[in-house]
Design a protein around this ligand. Structure first.
Ligand SMILES: [Mn+2]
Length: 338
């Protein structure tokens, strides 16, 4: 964890790189992580809008095939800044991974980020961040990457407008679990107040993010919760969702991210887990009720994340991936980590 003094120095270096890019008229690519959430894409779009105000040559991207913005994030402004990774032909002057903890989470955008001559400035808050940039504005105490982006926009001297504020609020409200996470302090509420004062419709943002589902959503929620398994021996409650389930419900994998929060409310055990089938493998999401560091568990399984919310991806089949999870949880629970 870095202290606030370091964060100020890192922010100055980060803003310096952005100003360099603008001064030389270099292309800036703001890169979200694969399967971007509101904190990654919202933060990137807000920073993109601010940089465009300063005359920067800026684009925003993330790796997805086909290149489609998740349905719940289509309300975000600035989508004309988006570029399909396949259309990036020249190496950018500067790549800015946003809310990305390591090169692996960039998918195909790891290419431009590591191109010869390209500079890299990372902005993130994941404890699992590998500091893979030339400059790393990484504050693991920050509740969201959007909090760090507000500081950067302020340092750039760009006034927050309602479009930037809506995107930043989306990131803030997502990563704080609607201000319920322990990382939420008075500072996050003050930031929310500042964002609200720009005139954003927080009620509509929350509806777009979480309360705007087709009927298939509740049907799928019913079946995923119905087959959940409680394993007190491993301090675990878990379930899974196959590709055919999503297809039948007419949903994309990112649209069921909220399912795990319902499993996390089970008080009998410490850890909740959902496996979502995606292509040839599974995206595994883990949540802790507070007593166990699932971020460390997921790093051990090849993924990353935060203490209370983390995940990993695997091409293993469901039975063997769950065996690996149980083995990874066993030492933590046996040591009395709760
Ligand atoms: Mn985040």
């Amino acid at each position: 964890m870095i202290d606030r003094g370091d964060r100020a120095a890192d922010r100055a270096a980060f803003v310096g790189l952005l100003r360099d890019a603008i001064a030389v008229g270099g292309d800036i690519l703001l890169a979200g992580h694969v399967a971007p959430d509101a904190d990654s894409l919202g933060s990137a779009l807000a920073l993109g809008l601010a940089l465009r105000r300063l005359g920067a040559r800026v684009r925003v991207s993330f790796d997805a095939v086909p290149f489609v913005v998740p349905r719940t994030l289509r309300f975000l402004a600035g989508q004309d800044l988006l570029i399909d990774p396949a259309e990036i032909v020249a190496a950018p002057y500067l790549v800015v991974p946003v809310d990305v903890d390591g090169l692996l989470r960039l998918g195909r955008l790891a290419g431009p980020a590591t191109a010869a001559g390209t500079r890299t400035a990372v902005i993130d808050h994941h404890p699992s961040n590998t500091r893979f940039g030339e400059v790393n504005l990484v504050d693991t105490a920050a509740a969201a990457t959007s909090v760090l982006v507000v500081d950067v926009i302020d340092a750039l001297g760009v006034p927050l407008d309602v479009d930037m504020a809506a995107a930043l609020y989306a990131g803030l409200v997502t990563d704080t679990g609607s201000f319920r996470s322990p990382a939420t302090t008075a500072a996050e509420h003050r930031l929310a107040a500042r964002l609200l004062e720009t005139g954003i419709r927080h009620d509509l943002i929350s509806r777009d993010l979480w309360e705007d589902h087709p009927f298939g959503y509740v049907q799928l929620l019913g079946s995923v919760l119905g087959r959940a398994r409680l394993e007190p021996a491993h301090d675990l409650v878990w379930s899974w969702c196959e590709q055919r389930d999503l297809l039948a419900a007419g949903l994309a994998p990112d649209e069921i991210q909220g399912f795990i929060d319902i499993l996390r409310s089970v008080s009998d055990v410490e850890v909740a887990l959902i496996c979502r089938q995606n292509g040839a493998g599974w995206n595994v999401s883990m949540r802790s009720r507070g007593g166990l560091d699932v971020g460390a568990v997921c790093v051990g399984l090849g993924g990353g994340g935060h203490r209370l919310a983390a995940g990993f991806r695997t091409t293993a089949d469901l039975a063997s991936l769950m065996d690996r999870v149980r083995a990874a949880l066993a030492p933590a629970t046996a040591l009395g980590a709760r």
